[in-house]
Design a protein around this ligand. Structure first.
Ligand code: PLP
Ligand code: COI
Length: 359
């Protein structure tokens, strides 16, 4: 059975071997225009039928809600080629649900969850030639997004919206792949208490642009945001949640109402507890615990970041290093990384419902 599936997969791929001529292994995390994208318009209180288009440009009114009041949200997931030649995505239903939450918070119409997943599958299928081959180190990044498209000048939600899905082939989010990075405590906040930190609103990322450029100018890879109310607790970085490992091997993940509920993080908590038999604490984490040297390893997790190990955190003149992960990815992060990517690439059995086969 497995052999038959394998042969069919290879034959199918062999037949369509018009994979794009890309040096997959040298890709960074950038935008490259692919052949098709999905577009659906919301008008007169209802979604029109969505379609695939070759047109990568968006033409909207000069006063569109997104241009004036940043009414937009987005998602991020990836398509992978598995070891046996299938194209799959990872838990797209959770992205659809999170976009629903974002839309509700931003007074935008929800694109129905089941149609959302179908639209993702359709877009990936149409761009099959752009899905990186197994083992190349690259993937096809999928970016569903929605924005207010009609003119609004008073501060209010738009009446018309566009939902689109673009795809682009990507490599590692941080240059150097799984080489441990250096992050710094940010003096800027990305999310306000009781604000929009828990949803994937474009405005959260606008908030972080000055902070990320300032971090880069000062030689850091990313910002670590503390809770904006007290500046004592670890929140997340600009594009990923945080993972910490205590000296006894316990995985500790910061809990907060103003961080994005990362699908990668939720999956890793399950993997740690149910597959690897690890102890996990999901709780508020004081930065003082880092100062006291209580953690052996640290990492960032997300769709783009996968698991990016953190070597050290710079805090206003003092640097705190993680002893088991400062030169190379530490043993616990490595185990989590291997298990997560093993599941995504079809090398390990996935928990029920995690892998969505496209082709
Ligand atoms: N936190 C932020 C701010 C993000 O932008 C992302 C990326 O989506 C994540 C965390 C990780 O979330 P996920 O694992 O669902 O990609
Ligand atoms: C993702 O991981 O999908 C994100 O949206 C993070 C983004 C900063 C690239």
């Amino acid at each position: 059975m497995m052999r038959a599936m394998l042969c069919a997969g290879q034959e199918r791929q062999g037949f369509k071997m018009e994979k794009k001529q890309i040096d997959w292994s040298s890709l960074g995390f950038g935008y490259q225009q692919t052949d098709y994208r999905y577009v659906a318009n919301y008008k007169n209180g209802a979604w029109e039928e969505g379609t695939l288009t070759r047109d990568a440009n968006v033409v909207i009114n000069e006063c569109a809600g997104v241009l004036q009041y940043s009414q937009s949200c987005f998602e991020g997931l990836k398509a992978y080629t598995t070891e046996d030649g299938h194209i799959v995505t990872f838990r797209p239903d959770l992205n659809a649900q999170r976009m629903k939450d974002s839309c509700e918070w931003l007074e935008m119409p929800v694109y129905p969850v089941d149609k959302w997943v179908e639209a993702v599958k359709m877009t990936v299928k149409a761009n099959e030639a752009w899905v990186a081959p197994y083992g190349s180190g690259a993937t096809l990044y999928i970016r569903p997004y929605m924005f207010g498209s009609n003119a609004v000048i008073g501060v209010k939600p738009a009446d018309e919206y566009q939902f689109r899905i673009l795809t682009t082939p990507v490599g590692p989010y941080f240059k150097g792949g799984v080489k441990p990075i250096t992050i710094r405590i940010s003096d800027f906040d990305r999310a306000a208490p009781h604000g929009t930190g828990h949803i994937k609103a474009g405005l959260n990322y606008a908030m972080s642009l000055h902070a990320i450029m300032d971090a880069h100018r000062n030689g850091f890879d990313e910002n670590l945001y503390l809770d904006p109310a007290t500046r004592t607790k670890i929140e997340e970085t600009g594009g990923a949640n945080v993972l910490l490992v205590k000296k006894d091997g316990t995985l500790v993940v910061p809990k907060s109402g103003s961080i994005l509920p990362s699908i990668t993080r939720r999956s890793l908590v399950y993997i740690a507890q149910e597959i690897l038999g690890m102890k996990v604490e999901e709780r508020e984490v004081l930065f003082d615990e880092v100062r006291k040297g209580e953690f052996a390893e640290c990492g960032l997790c997300g769709t783009a970041a996968v698991i990016s190990p953190v070597a050290r955190i710079y805090d206003h003149g003092t640097t705190y290093e993680f002893p088991d992960g400062k030169d190379d990815i530490g043993p616990v992060m490595k185990k989590l990384y291997d298990t997560l990517t093993g599941i995504q690439m079809g090398r390990l059995e996935a928990p029920e419902g995690w892998i969505c086969v496209i082709d």
